[in-house]
Design a protein around this ligand. Structure first.
Ligand SMILES: C[S@@+](CC[C@H](N)C(=O)[O-])C[C@H]1O[C@@H](n2cnc3c(N)ncnc32)[C@H](O)[C@@H]1O
Length: 403
């Protein structure tokens, strides 16, 4: 179907190329079966999660702290201090819900659990740890990594009917498939989908392999028009996304989280920033070998695809599900409130090499220019009366507008 570019740092290996061809063939078949319009959320769901094909469904390395290992890194992968700092807040939620149960969604390589469980033990808590992971490959990696802890850990296959305790989701909402839309020049709203490329492939960027797909549009249905019109006014040629799946996941939590709180940690903003007039192309980002770009139609099944989180929509969904929004702040503020600075004072500064190894990732977590400000932490829950320690200073719930 496509010629191959001269090799560069982003050229797939022969095995990856074979996988790419298989995923593209399967997606092309689906585009044809849908008369040339595949909604982008279905496209993204297949590219990330289709059994045997999706990025998260197959055994590639994905998460890795350094260039050369995996495609991207996350806070728990960068330093155990992230999980250790979370421990105090998790302990407070467990106490408030009179439970010792934790449910982590999308646990990646298991790095958060590996840091959090020993830190909770130091606080005298032996948690019952539950993980719900949609990727069979990552589930296996989690099992291997966490075995040595000899902790009470169970992997769930479905949402619980009822749960009391602490729910954790670090960078999970951003990995849920989004619906794409675009206001056209006449103020009409269109849904953006995927079709076969004309003539037969498109090069989105010089260093990326070409794609046999391109974007296409059709008039949005009433549901999409209603929900987008409530979030932003029409802006000519403005394309963005809306995460209905994440909203319904949060809303549904109201039916099974009987007592306790969920900490949702992710990159994103309140709605007025999300749909800011200057953010004309939305927030879609892709990651392949630590290279970030904005072209989701290339490297299907080989790259991560994410969108930032609209935290106003998440707060609204939580309230629609009967949950309370207990706190919302930046990751930097949350980690400092939760005691990260005190943890740093426990590291021996005389061992300068070890100290700088520890301090570098912490600076990235806290720095406004890196993860400290872009990442946010939101707590939602029910039946927790005491103010949560992670939000005591710098709570920004008021910025979420209609909450
Ligand atoms: C970007 S990774 C983050 C991994 C890990 N939390 C970390 O911070 O290192 C996204 C994770 O979310 C998982 N995931 C996506 N949708 C999910 C869902 N609906 N339920 C549970 N896990 C999900 C993916 O399989 C993957 O493990």
């Amino acid at each position: 179907m496509s010629h191959r570019a001269a090799p560069n740092a982003l050229t797939p290996t022969p095995d990856e190329y074979e996988h790419l061809q298989a995923v593209q063939t399967s997606l092309a078949q689906q585009v044809r079966e849908r008369d040339g319009f595949m909604p982008f959320d279905d496209w993204m769901a297949h590219a990330l999660y289709a059994p045997g094909q999706g990025y998260y469904a197959v055994g590639t390395s994905k998460l890795g702290a350094q260039v050369g290992t995996g495609d991207f890194t996350t806070a728990p992968e960068m330093t155990p201090l992230f999980g250790q700092a979370l421990a105090g807040q998790v302990a407070q939620i467990l106490a408030g819900s009179q439970s010792d149960e934790i449910l982590e969604f999308g646990a990646g390589t298991g790095a958060l659990a590996a840091a959090l469980i020993p830190a909770l033990r130091l606080l005298g808590i032996e948690p019952r740890y539950r993980i719900l992971e949609v990727s069979a490959d990552l589930r296996l990696r989690q099992q291997n990594k966490l075995e040595a802890l000899q902790a009470d850990i169970l992997w769930l296959d479905a949402l619980p009917e009822a749960f009391e305790g602490c729910v954790l989701a670090n960078e999970v909402l951003d990995a849920m498939p989004v619906t794409l839309f675009r206001w056209d020049e006449d103020g009409q709203l269109n849904e953006v989908g995927v079709t076969l490329a004309q003539p037969d492939e498109i090069r989105f960027a010089p260093d990326l392999p070409p794609s046999p797909f391109q974007f296409t549009e059709r008039a949005a249905d009433g549901h999409l028009i209603d929900s987008i019109s409530r979030r932003m006014p029409p802006l000519p040629a403005y394309r963005s996304e809306v995460n209905f799946q994440a909203e319904s996941w949060v809303r549904q939590m109201g039916s099974w989280l009987r007592k306790g709180a969920a900490l949702l940690i992710d990159y994103g903003f309140p709605q007025h920033e999300y749909y800011h007039p200057q953010r004309m192309e939305g927030t879609l980002m892709c990651h392949f070998r630590h290279h970030a770009h904005a072209h989701p139609l290339v490297l299907a099944g080989l790259q991560d695809i994410t969108a930032h989180v609209d935290f106003t929509a998440m707060a609204q969904a939580a309230q629609d599900g009967g949950l309370e929004v207990l706190g919302y702040t930046s990751q930097a503020r949350f980690l400092m409130n939760a005691g990260l600075t005190e943890l740093l004072t426990q590291i021996d500064p005389s061992d300068t090499a070890a100290y700088s190894r520890m301090i570098g990732p912490v600076q990235r977590l806290l720095s406004e220019a890196e993860m400290g400000e872009l990442f946010k932490v939101m707590a939602i829950g029910r039946g927790i009366s005491a103010p949560l320690m992670g939000f005591l200073r710098g709570d920004r719930r008021a910025r979420l507008e209609h909450v």
